[in-house]
Ligand binder design. Sequence first.
Ligand SMILES: Cc1ncc(C[n+]2csc(CCOP(=O)(O)OP(=O)(O)O)c2C)c(N)n1
Ligand SMILES: [Mg+2]
Length: 337
Amino acid sequence: MNSEQLAWKIRRHGIEMTHVSGGSHVGAILSVADIMAVLYADILKYDCNNPEWEDRDRFILSKGHAGASVYAALAEEGFFDTKELLTHYANGSRLSGHVSHHVPGVDLSTGSLGHGLSVGTGMAYAFKKDNKDNKVFVVIGDGECNEGAVWEAALFANHFRLNNLVAVVDHNHMQSMDFNENTLEIESLAEKWRAFGWNVVEIDGNNHTELKEAFKTVEKMSKQESHKPSVIVANTVKGCGVKYMQNDILWHYRFPHDGWEYDCAVSDLHLIKPDGVDDPYTPNGIVGGAKPSKDDDIYNDHTFSYTWNTSYSEKMRRVSAKSGTDEKVHKVTEEDK
Ligand SMILES: Cc1ncc(C[n+]2csc(CCOP(=O)(O)OP(=O)(O)O)c2C)c(N)n1
Ligand SMILES: [Mg+2]
C-alpha cells in the first residue's frame, strides 16, 4: 500500500474507531494521518512478523492521544488483524485509548504528554554508545511543546550530537481547548528548534511529496559534520480530511455521533479516496446520508477563549476560527474585538 492509500485507511479507521467507541481525539488522528502513513509506508525499518527485531528503527508517537492512528497503521501493515481495531477503548482491549506498548510494534506507551522525546533521545544515545545505526523517530504535538521536558530533551540531543534522532512536530496550531497562540505563545516554533541546535525543515505536513522530501533532506543533513539531530516542523490542519472538523477545536474531544456527524465524515472521506483502496465499513460510502440542519452546531468557534471564558483578555486571544465557514484560521482583527 502506498502512503496516500495508507493515510486514507488511517483516516477511515480513525472515524470508525472513535464513532464506535465514543472515544476522543479524532481531530488529532486526522491531523497526523499523513505523517504516520509516510513513516510506515516509506521511512521506518520494521518487520511486522518480528516486531522486536533488533535492527528495527524505533518509533514513538509521543502525542499518544492519537493512538488510533498508530494502531491503524500497524494493523494495515500486518502487525495484527484490522478487525481488532474496533475494540479500541473497549474494556479488556489491548488497544487502549492512548498508545500502549502491549500492542505489537509499539515501543513505548504514551499519553502523558512531554515524555516521548526524552525517551527517544535516550534510545538514540544508547544506539550511539553501542555503535548501532538504528534510527529513532518521535512524533510530538505542537501543544505538547508547552512541556518543559521537550526542551530539556532537545538540549541533550544537540549536546550529544544525536544525528540518529528525527523529531516530527505535528504543527496543527491547536491543542485541546484552543489555538496554541491563545494558550501559550510558541511561535516561531521552527526558530526555537534552530536555537536549540537542531537541523530544521518546515513543510506542509498533510502533503506526502513534501513529507517524503523532508525525510530525505534530514537524512542528508544528519550526515553533515555537525551531527545535529533533526526536526521536521510539519504544518498540518487539525481534522484534515473532514471539512466540518477542520480547525474546529470541538473535535479534539467530541466523537462523530450517529446521524449527520458520522454520515458527513464518511462522505467527505469518500470524496478523497485514492484508487486501489477499499472501505471495510461502508464500501460504497454513504448514499443519501443525513445532513446538518441550520440549528446544528457546525462551523462555530468553540475555542475556550471565545466561548467559555469571556473575560479572557483579548490581548492573549491572538487567533480565532472564522465562524460560519470552514475557512482556515485567521488572526484576531479589530473587528473581532
Ligand atoms: C501531561 C499531560 N497534560 C495534559 C494532557 C491532556 N491533553 C490531551 S491531548 C492535549 C492537547 C495536546 O495538544 P497537541 O500536542 O497540540 O496535540 P494535537 O491534538 O493538537 O495533535 C492535552 C492537553 C495530557 N495528555 N498529558
Ligand atoms: Mg496541536
